[in-house]
Write a protein that binds this ligand. Structure first.
Ligand code: UTP
Length: 400
């Protein structure tokens, strides 16, 4: 696809015209390196879904009753070095509006406590209990890679042994306006952004990390988001439950606060595990109850999954669905001025980690107590914010 031949592509064409001869060459090289077929997803922004049905979850009651059995199984896997953790930290955190990696956010009030630091502290609770370290793979993007690595190094990996921490960079995708006109970030560079959190395993493979995974004997990967400061990582209870149930995937879930709550819920789609977005549920499904009186679609995902590594390798070549997401995209305008929008002005193209669950034959949703394990920081104030996360942390006895 030659964007410059397309009259519609005003941002690219005006940038080209403003370029010096050497910049023109640079721009052409940059355009050549992008997979423009991704723009075809604009034609079909809403994806067709299969037929949804409820999925069986293991709830807090069962997890409490069988705690010892599950924790033992989980600790045994951890001690045998079978579990690795993957921190998804390639996002741009646009809602938070931070100009640096989200994990560098200071969540402390009377002391310094960084989001990355809190996550490492959470992980070290587990590694202390197991008496074994868990390899931690950190996904970054070209935008925040250097700063992230430097932050870990400057803080001495927050007390975690450096040889157990590896970084890898995710891929990027172009962004465009509502009419499909590709935005430019500068005269020579198209506006690129991280291509979502779904490509993490593919990016690990590209980064050559399979050798590391195999040589360490890792059989399970626990993937999780950077922005939940109460995140339990490599949780032996969760790992053990998934292993004892013999599933190839596990998902931490929280009970929905009400049928209307806007979270993606675990379900089956055409008989395979899946996640239905809140707007994909009909009124009837939203309010459907099980025999026990619980909501049939009552467990929301919190971006903490455990995957069989072998299975991930098997499905690595399968294409993940591309989500067209409306976002605020800074760009170079046709007159050469630079625009930083305060409202969404176009689309980014993202794959999502939750779609990998549907590639698995089965999945065990494990209920966790929201107040203990789910404090996402998406915004500075309001819902899912630094403010709400601080309150939840205080509720867990963490001094800030
Ligand atoms: P979000 O969906 O909240 O996206 O990411 P974000 O980029 O952090 O924030 P907004 O939407 O721009 O405000 C959920 C998790 O997935 C990671 C994030 O770092 C976070 O841990 N992520 C997201 C990636 O690793 N790569 C991406 O391309 C997108």
């Amino acid at each position: 696809m030659n964007l410059l031949d397309d009259k519609k592509q005003c941002y690219v064409r005006s940038a080209y015209e403003a370029c010096s001869p050497s910049e023109k060459e640079q721009l052409l090289r940059n355009l050549e390196n992008v997979d423009w077929t991704i723009l075809e997803n604009l034609k079909e922004k809403v994806k067709e879904r299969g037929s949804f049905s409820p999925i069986q979850a293991v709830d807090v009651r069962e997890l409490t009753e069988r705690r010892e059995e599950f924790v033992e199984a989980g600790l045994a896997a951890l001690r045998a070095g079978k579990v690795g953790a993957v921190l998804l930290a390639g996002g741009q955190g646009t809602r938070l509006g931070l100009d640096r990696p989200k994990g560098t956010l200071n969540i402390g009030i009377h002391r310094e406590l960084y989001l990355f630091e809190q996550l490492l502290l959470n992980l070290m609770e587990v590694t202390d209990q197991a008496g074994a370290y868990v390899p931690l793979y950190v996904m970054t993007s070209t935008i925040n890679h250097q700063e992230t690595v430097k932050f870990f190094e400057e803080h001495d990996y927050f007390g975690y042994p450096g040889e157990y921490v590896k970084f890898f960079i995710q891929e990027m995708a172009p962004a465009c306006d509502h009419e499909g006109r590709v935005y430019m970030a500068s005269r020579t560079e198209p506006a690129m952004s991280p291509n979502g959190n779904g490509g993490w395993f593919g990016s690990m493979v590209k980064a050559g990390l399979l050798d590391d995974i195999h040589s360490r004997g890792i059989e399970w990967l626990n993937v999780f988001a950077v922005d939940n400061c109460l995140q339990r990582i490599a949780d032996p209870l969760f790992i053990g439950a998934t292993l004892v149930y013999g599933k190839e995937c596990g998902a931490k879930v929280v009970r929905k606060a009400s049928p209307e709550e806007k979270v993606g819920v675990m379900c089956l789609e055409d008989g395979r595990p899946s996640i239905a977005e809140y707007y994909e549920l009909t009124d009837e499904m939203r309010n459907e109850r099980t025999g026990k009186g619980d909501l049939a679609y009552g467990f929301g995902v919190i971006l903490n999954y455990l995957f069989s590594e072998k299975r991930l390798e098997q499905v690595a070549r399968e294409k993940l669905c591309i989500h067209v997401v409306e976002k605020k995209i800074p760009y170079r305008d046709v007159d050469g001025s630079f625009v930083k929008p305060d409202q969404p002005n176009g689309y980014k193209f993202e794959t999502l980690a939750l779609d990998m669950v549907h590639m698995m034959a089965d999945c065990l949703p494990c209920e966790v107590v929201r107040e203990r394990e789910f404090a996402p920081i998406k915004n500075l104030h309001g819902v899912d914010s630094l403010d709400s996360a601080r309150e939840l942390m205080k509720g867990c006895g963490i001094e800030l």
